[in-house]
Design a binder for this molecule. Structure first.
Ligand code: AMP
Ligand code: ZN
Length: 473
């Protein structure tokens, strides 16, 4: 395998050829969801594009080991260590325990991933599984002089680093403005940019989950979990670390600070960041009532893979604006595309030379800073080309290892679903006729039994002036 993939490395601020630390192997870490609510489709854009990166690496022959955390403690309502714990907020909102909330929304996240064909990393670790590891790392940071105790909390001492703002040339003041949300002064900190590693004193003392530690009963800060979980499973160096652009500061900046202070050497070589999905009013958030989720899209009749196509049609480094109009166009394009592929005659010969030619074009597109839109153009061009149906089908199947749009199976699945729907309708209409006949014969018990039988199957009958109508319950 030659090193043919290039993508934008936030650390060096340029598009770089990817060269892993160990030949043929890639270690990859992904910041997982904070499981206090459903993921919105903006969060899922991030995971779709990270999935694209992982699948591209696999496509070109790398063996990828990928780890993701689940944030079930420590992420406060502001990324700058202030505000209430998001998990606790979620638990209060739903009158449940924090662990119940975490379980429910972790499952919901995996469900969304399955619907969007996002591969779940082989190692997924909830933060609450790793408290002893966090404590060990914080102890080491204290021993090495990179952390201090103040007002009951343990802080990372950013002044001990030769460079803290590794991702940007912006000065500290500007970065703190970028820290967003309700940035409050913490009088315990020696410097504004210091951050909490372990809390024992918080304004929000109702914190449900607390653990014993050498510094008293408390809970970890958010940033420590990703450093620790990454080092636990991937060792002292990682090739790629991923997340949304909002994670660059302070989360990833702080991860680098504490990981490198702990390890005593550079830690991660490539930082991959996905830009945000916005709606017309700005950044998509979970606080705006009926926020955009996969379930919402499904309830409006959209196939979740149409949203995946929508994301793949735009570049991961550009902000993307969501609109139902564009999604409608995508939906029509998706149906046409999978119909075209699903009706190809795959029985003939695969023309090997043509297969290689288009495979190469596809590979060049995805390896060019993950240009998924160009890769889809290659797919369309290939489908129009003068090559055998069997070659087209084999290529679509091959490209789908990266695109994951169910290119070869979606049409048959849709047809089968339509077939089932048609069969169901026939059955219901026959039952309605049977019920009408029973009513005419004044056999009301039988008529009621038919209505009850349909209701049990989720079908509601309505007697109207125009006749009997039915709907799904
Ligand atoms: P969270 O569950 O808040 O920890 O976020 C999960 C992931 O989604 C993180 O990598 C965030 O950077 C990313 N993210 C948050 N908001 C958006 C958005 N509007 N568009 C794309 N990614 C986002
Ligand atoms: Zn993280």
């Amino acid at each position: 395998m030659d090193d043919k993939l290039s993508f934008y490395n936030t650390l060096t601020r340029k598009i770089e050829q990817f060269i892993p630390n160990e030949d043929g192997k890639v270690s990859m870490y992904t910041c997982g969801p904070t499981v206090y609510h459903y993921a919105h489709i903006g969060n899922l854009r991030c995971y779709i594009m990270e999935d694209l990166l992982e699948k591209t690496l696999r496509y070109i022959g790398y063996d990828v080991k990928r780890v993701m955390n689940i944030t079930d403690v420590g992420h406060l309502s502001s990324d700058a260590d202030t505000g209430e714990d998001k998990m606790l907020k979620g638990a209060k909102r739903e009158h449940k325990t924090v662990m119940e909330i975490a379980k429910y929304y972790t499952d919901a996240f995996f469900n969304d991933c399955a619907k969007l064909n996002i591969k779940i990393p082989e190692i997924v670790e909830p933060a609450t599984n790793c408290i002893p590891e966090f404590i060990h790392m914080i102890e080491e940071l204290l021993n090495k002089g990179y952390a201090y105790e103040s007002g009951g909390n343990i802080y990372f001492d950013t002044a001990k680093l030769s460079e803290y703002h590794v991702f940007s040339s912006q000065n500290e003041k500007e970065m703190l403005v970028g820290a967003r949300d309700d940035v409050e002064e913490d009088v315990n900190k020696k410097s504004k940019s210091d951050f909490v590693l372990w809390f024992t004193k918080s304004k929000f003392d109702a914190q449900e989950l607390k653990w014993d530690s050498p510094w008293g009963l408390g809970y970890p800060g958010w940033h420590i979990e990703c450093s620790c979980i990454s080092i636990k499973h991937l060792g002292e160096n990682i090739d790629i670390h991923c997340g949304g652009v909002d994670n660059i500061f302070p989360h990833h900046t702080n991860e680098i600070a504490q990981s490198e202070a702990y390890l005593g050497h550079p830690w991660c070589y490539y930082w991959f960041h996905v830009h945000h999905l916005n709606d017309k009013s700005g950044k998509i958030s979970k606080s705006k009532g009926d926020f955009l989720t996969v379930q919402l899209l499904e309830s409006k009749g959209y196939d979740p893979l149409v949203y995946r196509l929508f994301c793949l049609q735009s570049h991961y480094r550009k902000p993307l604006e969501f609109s139902y109009d564009v999604l409608d166009n995508m939906s029509a394009a998706y149906d046409k595309l999978v119909k075209k592929i699903g009706t190809l005659d795959k029985s003939g010969e695969v023309q090997q030379d043509k297969f290689e030619k288009y495979k190469r074009r596809f590979e060049i597109a995805v390896c060019d800073d993950l240009n998924s839109a160009m890769a889809i153009t290659v797919l369309y061009n290939m489908l129009k080309a003068d090559i055998s149906d069997a070659t087209k089908y084999a290529l679509a199947e091959d490209f789908d290892k990266v695109l994951s749009l169910n290119l070869t199976t979606a049409h048959a699945a849709k047809e089968a679903e339509n077939g089932i729907e048609a069969e169901l309708e026939q059955y219901i209409l026959a039952k309605i006729d049977e019920r009408s006949a029973a009513k005419k014969a004044k056999d009301f018990a039988k008529a009621d039994a038919i209505r009850a039988e349909l209701l049990e199957k989720g079908i509601v009958l309505e007697d109207t002036r125009e006749g009997v109508k039915w709907k799904k319950a």
